[in-house]
Design a binder for this molecule. Sequence first.
Ligand SMILES: *Cc1c(COP(=O)(O)O)cnc(C)c1O
Length: 497
Amino acid sequence: MNYKSTRNNEKTVNSSYAVLHGLAGDGGLYIPENLPSVDLNYDILKDMSYQETAFYVLKEFFPDLGDEELKKSINNAYNTDTFNTPEIAPVAKLDQNISLTELFHGRTLAFKDLALSLFPYLLTASKKAENEKNDILILTATSGDTGKAALEGFRDVPGIKIIVFYPKNGVSPMQEDQMRKQLGGNVDIVAIEGNFDDAQSAVKDIFSSQEFKNLCQENNTTFSSANSINIGRLFPQIVYYVTTYVNLRNKGIITENEKFNVVVPTGNFGNILAAFIAKKMGIPIDKLISASNENNVLADFFKTGTYNKERPFYTTNSPSMDILLSSNFERYLYYVTGENSSRISELMENLMKNNTLSVTEDELTEIQKEFYGDFATENETVDSIKKVYSKFSYLMDPHTAVGYAVLEKYLKESGDKTHSVIISTAHPYKFPYAAASALNLSEKENPYEMLDDLSAVCGINLPKQLEELKTLPLRFSVIINKNKISDYVRNKITEKK
Ligand SMILES: *Cc1c(COP(=O)(O)O)cnc(C)c1O
C-alpha cells in the first residue's frame, strides 16, 4: 500500500518514505491510496493482546518495513517497562452509559505515548529501508505532551537528533519540568515567546523551504517530524480504538449489535482522526464527539461548516488543546470532500490567505450525521472534574474533563442512549492546579507540594515518573522569540559540522 498527498492524487510514495519525510513535498499530508481492508470482526480480535492487535492492524499501513521488524518494534514499544499496565490502554467503566479509555499509562503520562513509544522504531526502520545515510533532525512543535513523549522516544537513538519548541507560557508546570529536565545527548528543548500555532507554523515553513532543503543537503541532514502530521504517529493511534471496542465487548459493556460513541478531547485533530479512520475500517463507532476548550474553532466548524481561525487565542487549563490551526483537519476534509485533492489545495490556500474555509451545506449535513462538536469553558472543566470525582471517586485530568463536559451537552441536546467512551488523554497529576481547584485545595506555589496535597486527599500515589522528576536538575533554559525559530534551526544545522 502506498501513500499520496492530500493536495495531489497522482504521485505516490511508499510508507517508509512517508514516515521518513513527514510532510509531502507540496505541503499536503500523506494519506493512504486506499484504506487497507482488515477484518475487524470481534471473534478474530477478542483474544489478542494489545501488541498482537497492533501488529495485525499496522502491518497493513507499514508494509515496507518487514513483518519481523514491525513485530519487534511493537514489542519494544508496548511492554511493562514502557507502560504501567499490560493492557496498555485499559477501559474503565463509570456507569451504564459512560466509560473511559485510559491512555495515560505510558512513560510521560499522556496519550502521546501510545504513538510516540512506537514511532522512533518506525522511523529508524524506515531510515534503513530507504537506505538513508544522512543524520535525521526532528523538529517538533508541542502544546505540552508531544514534546516530552517524543524526547523520551528518541532519547539517545543513534543517527537522530531532536529539537522541541514549546510555548513558554502555554504548558503546565509538570509538562515544562518534564521537558526541561530531559535526559539524553541528542535532545534540545527551546521555549518560544509565542503560542503553539506559532511554533507549528514555523516548523512547517522550515520543512517546505527551499533554503532549508539546500542547507540540509550541504550538511548531510534530513528533516523529519514527530508531530501527528507524520503517518508514523497517526496510524498507531487506530489500535486503541480497536482494543477499546474489544474491551467493551469482552466486559459485556456493549453487545454484538451495539455501537458506541467516542468523545475525544481535541486539539490538532490527530486522535479523533484515528477514531474516524477506525470507524471507516469497520469498528462500530456511532457518533464522533469532538471536544474543544475555549479555543473552539472546531466546535464552531461542526455547527456551521465554517472553520475560521481568526479569533483570540486563549491560554487555558487544558493547554494541550490550545490550538487554532489543527493540522490533521486537512486529512479529515480530504475524506469528507470526496478525496478531491484539487479542492483541498484550494480550501487550504484560502485558509492560509483569509484565515477561513467553508464546506457546502450538503457536506455539512453529512458531517453532522457522524460528528458532533462543542466546547467547555475553564469553569465547566473544573466543575466536571469535581462532579465526576464526587459521583464516581474518579479523578479526571482537565482535557478528559473537557470531554466529559461536552458529552453532557451532547446527551442533553440529543437524548442519545448509545454507550459513550471518553478518551482519557492525560494523567490528572500532569495538571495539578486544575485538580486542586476542583477539590477545593488551597493553592501551593510549588507544584510538587500541590501534588502531595492532592495525593493525601484522593489517595492516588504520585507516579514514579513525577517522583523522579522532582529531584532531577534543570538542563534546558533557552527562550527565543517566535520569529527566531528558523535562525535557531539554521545555526543548529551548521554548527554540528
Ligand atoms: C495532544 C493532546 C490532546 C489533543 O490531541 P490531538 O490529537 O492533538 O487532537 C488532548 N489532550 C491531551 C492531554 C493531549 O496531550
